[in-house]
Design a protein around this ligand. Structure first.
Ligand SMILES: Nc1nc2c(ncn2[C@@H]2O[C@H](COP(=O)(O)OP(=O)(O)OP(=O)(O)O)[C@@H](O)[C@H]2O)c(=O)[nH]1
Ligand SMILES: [Zn+2]
Length: 219
């Protein structure tokens, strides 16, 4: 993609304002290593406040482990350099039926409590002139999941990205997930789970198509 300014593209600049993850303008002025060093110092302070002895050989490396985990794994979807390139192929075989990628592993993080959200995403679309490389559907889910999130925004971000990348509004996204903030604290409910969905184009208007999608994902 042309980038005459030479500046890194802003996270989510391609999404409607309400769907963007709230980030400061200078979010990526620091490189990953500088972020890891800074977060490591902050996490060390939290551990100290909890009364932990940082000279213990099991605890000594924890601040940096956590910082690396945040920057390189849990929250790597905040950085636009990690946005997947969605490759399309010419649909020369004229496949125009429903395509469903189901049971995509979903690991995210609750932005209210910073604990995991674990579940599955199911996505579907109706191919037009082009088809997408299947793994790119999983990569789009993972990119938006690897951020502090609420499930509603995650669902709509994935749907919007797929609409733009696949060049069609005929996109469906359904997420079922367990929120550790609900399971492990607060209401301490380990049996409830949360379902969210977004239906675009023909999925929004054609009830039979929506039912077929739900049938294929076992709902
Ligand atoms: N809508 C929505 N809410 C979420 C999500 N993840 C966590 N929450 C909720 O965010 C809310 C935050 O509410 P607060 O009252 O500020 O926080 P709290 O005192 O920790 O709330 P409790 O969890 O009820 O103890 C809680 O009700 C969480 O269950 C999500 O993905 N979507
Ligand atoms: Zn939470």
């Amino acid at each position: 993609m042309d980038n005459p300014s030479g500046l890194a593209p802003a996270t989510d600049a391609h999404l409607p304002t309400g769907l963007r993850t709230p980030l400061r303008d200078d979010a990526f002025d620091q490189d990953d290593e500088a972020k890891i060093t800074a977060i490591s110092g902050h996490f060390e302070a939290i551990m100290r406040e909890l009364g932990l002895d940082l000279t213990d050989d099991s605890l000594a490396g924890t601040p940096r482990r956590v910082a690396k985990m945040y920057v390189q794994e849990w929250f790597k979807g905040l950085d636009p350099k990690n946005r997947p390139e969605v490759r399309m192929f010419h649909n020369r075989y004229n496949y125009h039926q429903l395509l469903v990628e189901r049971d995509i592993t979903l690991f995210s993080c609750c932005e209210h409590h910073f604990v995991p959200i674990i579940g599955k995403a199911h996505v579907a679309y109706l191919p037009g002139a082009n088809v997408v490389g299947l793994s790119k559907l999983n990569r789009v889910v993972q990119y938006y999941a690897r951020r502090p999130q609420v499930q509603e925004r995650l669902t709509r971000q994935i749907a919007e990205e797929l609409k733009q990348s696949l060049g069609t509004d005929d996109v469906a996204v359904l997420i079922e997930a367990d929120h550790l903030c609900v399971m492990s604290r607060g209401v301490n409910d380990t049996s409830s789970s949360t379902l969210t969905s977004e239906y675009g184009g023909r999925f929004a208007t054609d009830e039979a198509l929506r039912r077929e999608f739900l049938r294929q994902i076992g709902k």
